[in-house]
Design a protein around this ligand. Structure first.
Ligand code: SAM
Ligand code: DTB
Ligand code: SF4
Length: 330
């Protein structure tokens, strides 16, 4: 039986999503154990390096300039400040540091140069560096690669069909083009989406069909639960039930067995038992730190306690890279 496939159909994925719940968790857990160490969880830290006033109209996002939300808008942070935060994150156990900017796209110039300095400095600290800065060109991706960037996050967020209902200022094709530009370098790809925006189960399966058609699959796939933020068009969306999150995580694990599946935004609204089921179903990465970009996340000590209770330990940095190098030396 072939596990890593790039030709999953939406119908097949829907079929998996709808398997009776415990049976689905068992199947996903079995696949998870074939490809990953089930005792390990990757711990990433997140920092908003440029907050708010974004020209895009993503209906879920508190950082769009079009909505009135309660966030602290700010310009690109100075290099030293970012280094300080990264050091703290490292000392509290994070092995990946992800920097997010509320930009539509990267513009060449002094701000991009500053970001390249940030990437270099954090890479030199021995952490995997990840950025999410909006759309980018092939030459910008190359420059980030030269600076030592390990991963670039750029989410598809939902299905091609539903995307138009959520964002009008860019297209699904724009998103895919940026993912292709990243793939032209050795930077790893991080791409996933959000559930709970009013999309159908077909839309969830549709998003996973597109993500799993990418060859290679994204090395990491974040699954966010919508945080309905006051002032955004999605402020009144009902919270997604934990059972739907477990189904989404398990289905993602089954269709992209080698990828890291990240339990991303929305953990503040999940019980520890719910998160435990997600880990069992194949999630093996979380964001720690009491803030995501602008919204709350569980406290670090609370997370460390949870990992300890579940017998999970943080994964070391650059592990995949090390495994690949070891294989090529053998
Ligand atoms: N501006 C860049 C972009 O859009 O690619 C990078 C930052 S953007 C905030 C990164 C991701 O955060 C989005 O793609 C979306 O998946 C997630 N996100 C934003 N607001 C969210 C919310 N309220 N709930 C859950 N996820 C959210
Ligand atoms: C991702 O998929 N989730 C993270 C990360 N990639 C950049 C961001 C979540 C943001 C949640 C809303 C906020 O904090 O503003
Ligand atoms: Fe801007 Fe990114 Fe938020 Fe969209 S998701 S409004 S592009 S910061």
């Amino acid at each position: 039986m072939k596990f890593v496939r790039h030709d999953w159909t939406e119908k097949e994925i829907l079929g998996i999503y709808n398997i009776p719940l415990l049976e689905l968790v068992y199947k996903a857990a079995t696949i998870h154990r074939k490809f990953h160490d089930p005792k390990e969880v990757q711990v990433s830290s997140l920092l908003s390096i440029k907050t708010g006033a974004c020209p895009e109209d993503c209906a879920y996002c508190p950082q769009s300039a079009r909505y009135h939300t309660d966030i602290d808008i700010g310009p690109l942070l100075p290099l030293q400040k970012v280094i300080e935060v990264a050091k703290k994150a490292k000392s509290s156990g994070a092995t990946r540091f992800c920097m997010g900017a509320a930009w539509r796209e990267i513009k060449d110039g002094p701000e991009f140069e500053r970001i390249l300095e940030m990437v270099k400095a954090i890479n030199n600290m021995g952490m995997e560096v990840c950025c999410t800065l909006g759309m980018l060109t092939e030459s910008q991706a190359k420059r980030l690669e030269e600076a030592g960037l390990y991963a670039y996050n750029h989410n598809l967020d939902t299905s091609r069909e539903y995307y138009k209902k959520i964002i009008t200022t860019r297209t699904y094709e724009d998103r895919i083009k940026t993912l292709e530009n990243i793939r032209k370098t050795n930077i790893t790809v991080c791409s996933g989406g959000i559930i709970g925006m009013g999309e159908s189960i077909n839309d969830r399966a549709g998003m996973l069909t597109t993500l799993s058609s990418l060859n290679p699959h994204p090395e990491s796939v974040p699954i966010n639960i919508l945080i309905p933020v006051k002032g955004t068009p999605l402020e009144n969306q009902e919270l997604v039930s934990i059972w739907e999150m477990v189904r989404m995580i398990a289905t993602t694990r089954i269709v992209m067995p080698e990828s890291m599946v990240r339990l991303s935004a929305g953990r503040v609204n999940m019980s520890k038992e719910g998160q435990a089921l997600c880990f069992l179903a194949g999630a093996n990465s979380i964001f720690t730190g009491e803030k995501l970009l602008t919204q709350p996340n569980p406290e670090v000590n609370e997370d460390l306690d949870m990992l300890k209770t579940l017998g999970l330990k943080p994964r070391q940095a650059f592990k995949q890279l090390k495994q690949k190098l070891e294989l090529s030396i053998e």
